[in-house]
Design a protein around this ligand. Sequence first.
Ligand SMILES: [Zn+2]
Length: 330
Amino acid sequence: MTFDKETLQTLLNLPDIAVDHVVLGERKTLKVYVHSTLEGTNCHRCGRPIDHEYGHGQEIELRHLPLFAYTVVLILRPKRYQCRFCEGRPTTSQTLSWYTRRSRVTKAFEQQMLLELINSTLEDVSRKHAIGVDALQGILDRNMACDVDWNVIERLEVIGIDEIALKKGHRDFVVVISAYINETLHVIGLLGDRTKASVQEFFLSIPKRLRRTVQSVCSDLYQGFIGAAKAVFGKRVHICADRFHVAKLYRNGLENLRKSEWKRLCHILSKEERKSFKNVHWLLRQRRADLNADERRMLNRLFRYSPKLQEAYEACESLTAIYESRLSKG
Ligand SMILES: [Zn+2]
């Protein structure tokens, strides 16, 4: 099996590494041996930048996002550096930006697991991704303790509040706060309890600059969360229920739903009726405000046959208002 190293590197999408070689392991696992291309680190004792090389540390294995249904494990020997300022000249292993020291998975993999855990359980995600429940619990604990780097975020726009169900014996659940950042869903906060107070405290930890960019808060959970959102982001914020439903519909669901609903309707509509819906697929892609009276009538007629489609269309409309500038007008 041969791999183009550069392509593989692009697919891994991680900075400061180069691929050395790849081994196809058992159970569809790709072991990707990499080395760091970054020079230097900071002394763990005094914090000064140091660049006096001191060999390599122990090999570490980090699980990364899958590629083409292959489990990906990165294998790396961290570079070590010696401090010439501190007494005893201690050494420090370099840690790259895409993983946390002592973690067995990459940050990207952690993010993916957190997103998969939303509205799911540890057991389900564990089965689906062949990762131990304890490892998942570790990911949660680690991310619960870490602070968000707000500096790298430009806008928040849509914030979601959901929960993750945990294993019995641990806390029962964790509250997950997520946001669309650059059109990708990210987990921005994990809270150990679901009181209005702790949700509100988290919202208040968001810098004012970003709080102003929040346009919409979505949660199908407990009303207290909504109260917390209103208290922090003000009355102008749009509140919606059941974000995943909405977000999924928003992404590509409307189009899929239109196809399946149309198929269904083809069985119940006469040929004449079908003809009367000519170009209705095009209307569904427009905002209601941009349609003329006849076109709106046609849409409404369609919605009488398919309330589902109406629900989806309306969900899209409310999100379109937010993402308008980014939508392709097709
Ligand atoms: Zn030092």
